[in-house]
Design a protein. Structure first.
Length: 185
């Protein structure tokens, strides 16, 4: 099946600051979307795009955008009747330990401590106060990302008789028990 390359925008055809696919987080929890934006600004040196800041008639933020590096995270306050939907976000960082430290200082819970990962990268995960799960990949000299490998399925498979790795066990545990944050009040 061939996809018409004109069906999605890429590169210079995109508006400035956007990728072909952009994550969207429906935020429920302490301080709502405004606090989530502040968290992203403080942990990832993000910057809110003020022109996108849209408040609905009920006073909830229905759309906002925060830039992180060359990416945009779109977000909104979850409406009371909406089902909880966790944000699952991945970010490439220069120093995984520093980003985890900043996140924990702002209320995040470490899910996977910084650890060696595929291709010479380092990986860490944390759960933010709104129960979004962030994957951090430290990529630098000597690292290889999957996009840099051959375009074929890997032959490696986990040993079914071995215990799960720490990297898999921690994310499986977090995702198995993940629910909406408890809101005081």
């Amino acid at each position: 099946m061939s996809i018409d390359p004109s069906s999605v925008l890429t590169g210079s055809d995109l508006p400035p600051g956007y990728g072909t696919v952009n994550p969207f987080a429906a935020v429920r929890g302490p301080g709502g979307c405004a606090a989530f934006i502040a968290f992203v600004e403080e942990v990832f040196d993000g910057r809110e795009t003020l022109a996108a800041h849209s408040v609905d008639a009920d006073g909830l933020l229905i759309h906002a955008e925060v830039r992180v590096g060359d990416s945009t995270i779109m977000c909104a306050d979850a409406k009371p009747q909406w089902a909880f939907t966790p944000a699952l976000l991945q970010v490439y960082v220069a120093d995984v330990e520093e980003v985890v430290r900043r996140a924990v200082a702002r209320g995040a819970e470490v899910v996977t401590a910084p650890t060696a990962f595929h291709g010479g990268q380092r990986l860490a995960r944390f759960l933010d106060p709104w129960h979004g799960l962030w994957w951090l990949f430290e990529y630098g000299p000597g690292s290889t990302a999957p996009s840099e490998g051959p375009d074929e399925l890997p032959q490696w498979r986990p040993d079914p008789d071995a215990p799960p790795s720490e990297v898999f066990r921690t994310v499986d545990e977090a995702m198995t028990h993940l629910g909406p944050p408890v809101v005081d009040g």
